[in-house]
Design a protein around this ligand. Sequence first.
Ligand code: HEM
Length: 480
Amino acid sequence: YPNVPPGPPAVPILGHLFALPSTHQWKTFANWSRDYKSDILHLSVAGKSIIVLNSLQATNDLMEQRSRIYSERPRLPMINELMGWNQQSLAMGLMPYGNKWLARRKIVQQAFSKQSLMSYGSQLEKCTESLINDLFVQPSEFMAHFKRMSTTFIMSTVYGIEVKAGSGDPFIGANEAAVDGLKAAGIAGRFLVDTLPILKYVPEWFPGADFKRLAREWKENMVLAFRAPFEEAWSQFSNHTLQPCLVLNSLDELGVDNADDSDERINTVRDAAGSIYTAAVDTAVSSLATFLLAMLANPEAQKLAQIELDRLERLPLLQDDASLPYISALVKEVLRWKNVAPLAIPHCVAEEDEYRGYKIPKGATIIGNIWAICHDDAIYPDPDKFSPERFLGNNPRPDPDVAFGFGRRTCPGQHLATSMLFLCIARILAVFEISKGTKLDEFGREVDDEPSYEYSSGLAAMPLPFKCTFKPRALANEMI
Ligand code: HEM
């Protein structure tokens, strides 16, 4: 590869396949940048180039300034073809750049823009009230409550469907199974078929072809996750009983006639809705769990946040953000400190390009290393420390917008995610004191159960299980 950016030594043919770690690649990429004294790296796997961008400068110059050519998605045979994630359109996050993608993206962007925030604000407030209630009743199940809160919100705002009480809701089960498959398959190098696409023709019964069975099962889950809630909403739409929601607005706006259900416009709405559902739930759960870990790691931040909240003397509302600067800074720090999507979703460059004298080959996978940027000590000194103060005062550090990705592919749920985090965090801290869980030591004494602060790997990082105690604060009864 003449004149491409530097990178670690490669072996013939397979390139860096075996040098790529199977977990937490973002850290290895950042270390390689240090070792090879370059914020852009070139790797190759079986003849395909991968360019890793480890600095804000490089992601700005290429993925933002030149977004016209840096907005494609690479094709991964396991996810795209065998699991069908973009074979029949469906998930817009994995769709090729083009008109179909744009039509879906417009729907999501419009529904969750900053301006439309107030139209779904009351629903968000209702869901976070239930969350607080659930945390009172069964605090140890906090992860399940986070999931329930975000699913209930998405199902009602997107599909106009009320989630069934208890754990047996069929739509939640379908979404969970689909996202689990995507997360597992999103681990780079996990499936050899991504490196050697020819393997996709191996029959399922062939020894070692277990990936084909997994792909088939995951595909069934994914189709169900996209189709099942949409079909329910569609049948209500046809009967004129569908409650106001994204599906209703979009079908109305596109002028869809309820007699005609074979329309491409219907697929567009189905895909936009399904893309939200699969992208929003786990990201919310992971970042809320990160917030709890942050409170365990830095009790001082919790105290300062509560001093600010107590001045309100009531449960916070969405429009309180201007009067709660510490909480707003805390939300930014949650997004920066541990990233839900440390390597975003890979982009792909549509044309050959040149940058700082290096060649960027056409079709190369482009990875923006969100984690490396959010932990760059030139931008965020002492990056491993959880410190909302870095976004306050006379010299605030830049907002970590990069946590939501790059250029034309940036997360269209950014405003929704930030508002959801703001409201949940403000309300939880107004009502509860958060502290470490406990366990019995070998002498039967109660001691703190220290979290590992470790995360799973894959497309979306989730904190490994940890314990946490929620103690109602003195003001809790007055506030609710
Ligand atoms: C803390 C919460 C969230 C974080 C950190 C996050 C982060 C990201 C990142 C890094 C990407 C990839 C961007 C890129 O390729 O450059 C992405 C894509 C996407 N996100 Fe989010 N996200 C969050 C919540 C949400 C929510 C609530 C929604 C629901 C509307 C959503 C919908 C999407 C969609 C549809 C895409 C694909 C965009 C495309 O390919 O055009 N996300 N998100």
